[in-house]
Design a protein around this ligand. Structure first.
Ligand code: C2E
Ligand code: MG
Ligand code: MG
Ligand code: MG
Length: 283
């Protein structure tokens, strides 16, 4: 009996694996086609200074505008794209499109706006990230200091010497660097000393309940203090309400990003909401 059950379980498992493999294949094909057909779009989420409320930056976030499914969030396809390597050409497209859009934002009157782009570890391992950045800046005409690259802790941890020299050359070019989801990765802080990053993005898992969770509160406060001691700017992600913003003000966090300010929105909506009005521009 046991043997029989085992056999069934095996067959069942096998069938599951098959479905999974098929799904993966379909996803690979779908993503490749989407890239060719131009089905990806970027949405833009504002980053504002906590004191004064000035708009200082914008994060570009990818979505798949699927003909049947509608807007698919990145959590549903980025992991697959990282698994099959498509994240490399996809990331190149994101860089170029974000830089081009940043120039359009400038022309709409948002002259000093910094555009932040998420990078995947694979773009460092398999892609030529320096060349992708150079191409995006050259083809768009964007000033390097108006581009910010969001790195994850996992990028900075792996293969350090090579990554270090790459990151340093990018930094030399004048682009800004930030660490995304800060606090969730490896707790080695030595890379903060080695990599000359400009900004820490405090992960939203610590920010969301800041006002009601003493541990989150302590962590966020410590990150801001440490960041400032090292001469880094700090931005809190996932700010959803006033009490959180009030705590962050108390701790002198530099910038805010979150639904409390705005969700990520299409470029046209971003311009409508944040660009100085035509009247103001011509007067
Ligand atoms: P991330 O870089 O940490 O981006 C922030 C995510 O939090 C975004 O989700 C944003 O919509 C969401 N968010 C912002 N404010 C709030 C808030 O107040 N409350 C809540 N609940 N969520 C908030 P999104 O756009 O779904 O992106 C998820 C992740 O996908 C990103 O996390 C990033 O890791 C990845 N991603 C997005 N675009 C790209 C891309 O172009 N390339 C790469 N490699 N990864 C990307
Ligand atoms: Mg990010
Ligand atoms: Mg993040
Ligand atoms: Mg992230």
């Amino acid at each position: 009996r046991a043997k029989n059950d085992g056999g069934n379980a095996y067959r069942f498992f096998n069938q599951e694996m098959n479905e999974e493999a098929q799904e993966r294949l379909a996803m690979h094909f779908g993503l490749r086609q989407a890239l060719e057909k131009g089905e990806f779009v970027l949405h833009y989420q504002p980053q504002i200074e906590l004191v004064g409320g000035n708009l200082v930056g914008v994060e570009a976030l990818i979505r798949w505008n699927h003909p049947e499914l509608g807007l698919v969030p990145p959590g549903r396809f980025i992991p697959a794209a990282e698994e099959n390597g498509l994240i490399v050409p996809m990331g190149e497209w994101v860089l170029l499109e974000a830089c081009r859009q940043a120039v359009r934002f400038q022309k709409a009157g948002l002259s000093r706006l910094v555009v932040a782009v998420n990078l995947s570890a694979l773009q460092f391992k398999r892609g030529d990230i320096e060349q992708s950045v150079r191409l995006a800046l050259d083809e768009s005409g964007l000033a390097p200091e108006l581009l910010e690259l969001e790195l994850t802790e996992s990028i900075l941890i792996g293969d350090t010497e090579r990554v270090l020299s790459t990151v340093m050359r990018l930094k030399k070019k004048g682009v800004k660097l930030s660490i995304d989801d800060f606090g969730t990765g490896y707790s080695s802080l030595s890379y903060l000393k080695r990599f000359k990053v400009d900004k820490l993005k405090i992960d939203q898992s610590f920010v969301r309940n800041l006002a009601h969770d003493v541990e989150d509160d302590a962590i966020v406060r410590a990150i801001i203090q440490m960041g400032h001691s090292l001469g880094l700017r700090t931005i809190a992600e996932g700010v959803e309400d006033q009490p959180v913003m009030d705590r962050l003000r108390l701790y002198h966090c530099d910038e805010l990003q979150g639904y409390f300010i705005s969700r990520p929105i299409p470029a046209a909506a971003f311009i409508a909401a944040y660009a100085p009005s035509q009247q103001a521009q011509t007067s």
